[in-house]
Ligand binder design. Structure first.
Ligand SMILES: C[S@@+](CC[C@H](N)C(=O)[O-])C[C@H]1O[C@@H](n2cnc3c(N)ncnc32)[C@H](O)[C@@H]1O
Length: 257
């Protein structure tokens, strides 16, 4: 399911998350997550939660729970964002509105399952006149704006159901949307093998129980393995519970299949 264009959704109304295709194959061999689980990972982003998102996530939670300076995430944008940028899982558009693009008029494409996130972000960065596509990243097959010089998956992976073995199949598929010199970058909150503060343990339990996060078993090793399967050059750094990644030179470069 893919719909593109300038978004006309009223940012003040509740989001209508469209039906997600039922369970099927994803990647070569991995079973796609269930439709309900996919929808749960996007459903919490409503017009009113998006207004609180920056303060709660990038103000309070990063500092107190995940122990990752928001500056480290903004630096990843400033280092990698390009004149032909695709952002998947846009939320409130905080980083897109704050980061430094290398040109005054970048071509920005937004993909999200939730129309409220798309409406909020496209209004916030209207100066870039972004193109929007409402789509489930697991079903993303092609985009008319491809190839991109940068693709961001910022704080998306921990919202997606499944293990990192499943979720990391996205890297191979998205790599096919990159230009040869392009970069895929982002960050994700890990669930295992990292030190967890008390606030982090509480938030992780609540979010995983509600399906807002599905990261209880996500490890740095699985993230790195998934990235290395899809890309030749991989850099990952750990900030508290958050892994920040950058990957270049996709191993498969033909159109998405
Ligand atoms: C935690 S927010 C990240 C926001 C932003 N990138 C940031 O770093 O502040 C996750 C976003 O991913 C979207 N999302 C969740 N599951 C998705 C899916 N399966 N396909 C596409 N977008 C999804 C949600 O609707 C939400 O806008």
């Amino acid at each position: 399911m893919l719909r593109g264009g300038r978004l006309s959704t009223d940012p003040g109304r509740s989001p209508k998350i469209p039906p997600v295709d039922q369970r099927g194959t994803f990647g070569d061999v991995v079973e796609a997550p269930s439709a309900d689980a996919v929808r749960a990972g996007a459903a919490v982003y409503r017009p009113w939660t998006l207004r609180l998102y920056d303060v709660w996530v990038h103000g309070v939670s990063n500092a107190i729970a995940w122990r990752c300076p928001t500056r480290a995430l903004l630096d990843a944008y400033d280092r990698n964002v390009s004149a032909r940028h695709l952002d998947v899982g846009v939320g409130s558009g905080f980083f897109l509105s704050q980061c430094r693009f290398p040109v005054a008029e970048p071509r920005v494409t937004l993909v999200d399952l939730n129309p409220a996130s798309l409406a909020f972000t496209s209004a916030r960065i209207r100066r870039y006149r972004p193109t929007v596509h409402q789509a489930n990243v697991f079903e993303l097959t092609t985009l008319p704006e491809a190839p991109f010089d940068s693709i961001a998956l910022m704080y998306l992976l921990h919202c997606l159901p499944g293990t990192l073995a499943t979720k990391s199949r996205l890297f191979e598929r998205l790599g096919k949307l990159l230009a040869p010199e392009g970069v895929l970058f982002g960050a994700t909150i890990l669930g295992r093998g990292v030190e967890r503060s008390l606030p982090a343990r509480v938030l992780m339990r609540v979010y995983n129980a509600k399906g807002i996060f599905s990261n209880a078993d996500d490890t740095l090793a699985d993230l790195e393995a998934g990235l290395r399967r899809a890309f030749v050059e991989v850099r990952v750094s750990l900030h508290g519970m958050v892994a920040v990644f950058e990957a270049r030179q996709p191993r498969a470069t033909h159109a998405l299949s």
